[in-house]
Design a protein around this ligand. Structure first.
Ligand code: CA
Length: 240
């Protein structure tokens, strides 16, 4: 199902939105409003169709429901990211699916709204993603989200639960290194070498101090970290 609004010459390129949603009334309301805001909208009513459309079309943003027939929104999101599709994705979650929201961000979604949502809120979030993403391809490459933390590498800023977090330049560099090497065991020596550099003469204790500080700023319970994990006697592992 394709709904198009003709682009007038001289106007900026029309942004293309893929709406993957199985609830007909929501599909209608959302498409109507998005069209009236000047977006071009294409819809898919189940996860499989949504995935196929997302893979062969070039969209500027995907609105992805979680509870979908055939393949759920999480699967679709994960599949798209694993295939290198970096278009911004906003998940539409049901009320109270807090765990799902976190899972969604971990799987590579850029944002989420909880149903029932105000249209104005969704539009604002979409606009925020467009502002961040000058081109669709650079959107996901420039940001990384884990838990309620969002890191914007281009702007070198970090948000936690939507609030700015102040990191020192070294803390930011350390966090970026963790993210780039997520899942890998990183020894203190490697971190010193890669983050502090050859010229610096800090001790491995310096690494621990900075890790502790990052945990204070980013973990919900710094003494029981979920993301920046200690590997006993060997170093650290980032599990975001
Ligand atoms: Ca649904």
């Amino acid at each position: 199902m394709i709904a198009e609004r003709p682009a007038h010459s001289g106007e900026p390129a029309v942004r293309r939105i893929l709406l993957v949603e199985d609830e007909p009334s929501l599909v209608l309301t959302l498409s109507d409003r998005l069209l009236s805001e000047g977006y071009q909208v294409e819809t898919a009513g189940d996860g499989e169709a949504g995935l196929a459309r997302a893979l062969d079309g070039s969209f500027d943003l995907i609105l992805l429901d979680v509870m979908l027939p055939r393949r759920d929104g999480f699967e679709v999101c994960r599949e798209l990211r694993s295939r290198g599709v970096q278009v911004p994705i906003v998940m539409l979650t049901a009320r109270g699916q807090v765990v799902d929201r976190v899972v969604g961000l971990k799987l590579g979604a850029d944002d989420y709204v909880t149903k029932p949502f105000e249209m104005i809120e969704l539009l604002a979030r979409m606009e925020a993603l467009f502002r961040r993403a000058r081109t669709p391809a650079s959107a996901a490459a420039g940001t990384y989200a884990f838990g309620d933390v969002r890191v914007d590498f281009r702007r070198a800023d970090v948000l936690r639960g939507g609030e700015p977090v102040t990191l020192s330049a070294l803390e930011f560099k350390l966090l970026a290194y963790f993210i780039q090497n997520r899942g890998a065991l990183l020894s203190r020596d490697e971190l010193l070498d890669k983050v502090w550099g050859y010229d610096a003469m800090p001790t491995t204790r310096t690494v621990d101090v900075h890790v502790a500080s990052l945990r204070q700023k980013l973990e919900s319970n710094p003494s029981r970290p979920e993301y920046i994990l200690t590997v006993h006697r060997r170093g650290y592992r980032f599990a975001g």
